[in-house]
Design a protein around this ligand. Structure first.
Ligand code: ASP
Ligand code: MG
Length: 403
């Protein structure tokens, strides 16, 4: 008998038939003698629908109110699944984030979990119930306000809960059979990976592979929670996310990732003196905006340009901050660019093989794709390119490195 956390994503609970399908899967796990805790996402498209409702009222809707609004999607799914299971004769009980003990900080719309007071879930299990937890949400410790964990945050709910209750495995059910070497909609030859190590998955998730939220992988790695990404529509084994194994280094590049949710801000004519980078990026950080790449150009006559990338979805927020910064530091102005994307190759094998970056640049050059920005780590290389070349770049890189 095992203790299993099963997380079902938006498409897996996308309509009533799908919810019945999930109920049957959960019931099967319970019938097999396992203890099972379920985490659900909002029904497919629901979070976007709620966001759009808010955006029709304000360009930058108040984030506290956004959290209460968005958290409702997951509650609907949790309640419906509990109703379905009860109708099948099973003992089930739905929980909001607060009821399940998710205590977070107060960074609205991207709160971080501080701790999980999971007793209510453990007690529910003891009573022989199937606890069903609304993903993506918690409660701010200081204010008692509802918070959400960032887009894709139900993954993090699931993995963090699995860590807290020491589950044997966290199964992430989605509409694809696992983690692929590239997005199969772009690269039909992309292959499902049987195994990926946490380090690679972490890079892939931060580089745009949407199958898992970054934070969930960090938590899985920290607490050693085996994560199994698989389809809710078949019994096929998916991809296991596991600690690094030596033979994984034999593969040079494990996957090609891409991210179109990228925008670039350039602060133009910045006086080149000590303290300027801090003057730009401190207020950006204080506004809770994640900056990805940063490039500072060579200065001419004491002036330079500083470019950085943020998520497209945060551009408006970033621009607000930068308008102030420009005035404060006496820069000439700023420009923004939304039609960019990031393509990346990831693999622990890169650590021990030189020449990978050169081959990547060559591959892009052969397709006539200009590289706008570059960043590297031990196990990944990313290039920012014009958005319209994304698919071409992903295909060419997959062909060159994976085949
Ligand atoms: N419903 C939320 C979202 O779309 C959280 C999740 O699905 O994981 O981002
Ligand atoms: Mg997701």
């Amino acid at each position: 008998m095992a203790l299993i956390v099963q997380k079902y994503g938006g498409t897996s609970v996308g309509d009533i038939d799908r919810i019945k399908n999930v109920a049957r899967r959960v019931a099967r796990t319970k019938d097999a003698g396992h203890d099972v805790v379920v985490v659900v996402s909002a029904m497919a498209g629901e979070t976007d629908r709620l966001i759009n409702l808010a955006k029709s009222l304000a360009d930058l809707p108040d984030e506290r109110e956004m959290d209460l609004l968005m958290s409702s999607g997951e509650r609907v799914s949790a309640a419906l699944l509990a109703i379905a299971l009860k109708a099948m004769g099973y003992k089930a009980r739905s929980f909001t984030g607060r009821q399940a003990g998710f205590i977070t900080d107060d960074a609205h719309t991207k709160a971080r979990i501080k701790r999980i007071e999971a007793e209510p879930i453990l007690e529910s299990l003891k009573r022989g119930e199937i606890p069903i937890v609304a993903g993506f949400q918690g409660i701010a410790e200081e204010t008692g306000d509802v918070t959400t964990l960032g887009r894709g945050g139900s993954d993090t709910t699931a993995v963090a809960l699995a860590a807290a209750i020491k589950a044997d495995v966290c199964e992430i059910y989605t509409d694809v059979p696992g983690v692929f070497t590239a997005d199969p909609r772009i690269v039909p030859e992309a292959k499902k990976l049987d195994k990926v190590c946490f380090e690679e998955m972490l890079e892939m998730a931060s580089l745009g592979a949407k199958v898992l939220q970054v934070r969930s992988v960090e938590i899985g790695m920290k607490y050693n929670v085996p994560i199994h990404v698989r389809s809710s529509l078949s019994d096929e084994e998916g991809t296991m996310i596991v600690p690094f194994e030596k033979d994984m280094e034999e593969v040079l590049v494990s996957a090609v990732a891409h991210d179109k949710n990228q925008a670039r801000v350039t602060v133009v004519g910045v006086p080149d003196r000590p303290g300027i980078a801090a003057a730009i990026f401190k207020p950006v950080a204080e506004a809770n905006i994640n900056v990805d790449m940063i490039v500072q150009n060579v200065s001419h006559e004491g002036l330079t340009d500083v470019s950085f990338t943020v998520a497209k979805t945060e551009l408006l927020k970033a621009v607000k901050v930068i308008e102030d910064v420009v005035k404060k530091i006496g820069a000439k102005g700023y420009t923004t660019e939304e039609k960019i994307a990031k393509v990346s190759i990831v693999g622990v094998g890169m650590r021990s093989h030189p020449g990978v970056a050169a081959k990547m640049f060559e591959t892009l050059a052969k397709e006539g794709i200009n590289i706008l920005m570059i960043s590297t780590s031990e196990i990944k290389i990313s290039c920012v390119i014009e958005e319209k070349y994304t698919e071409l770049a992903v295909r060419a890189l997959h062909e060159a490195f994976i085949g």
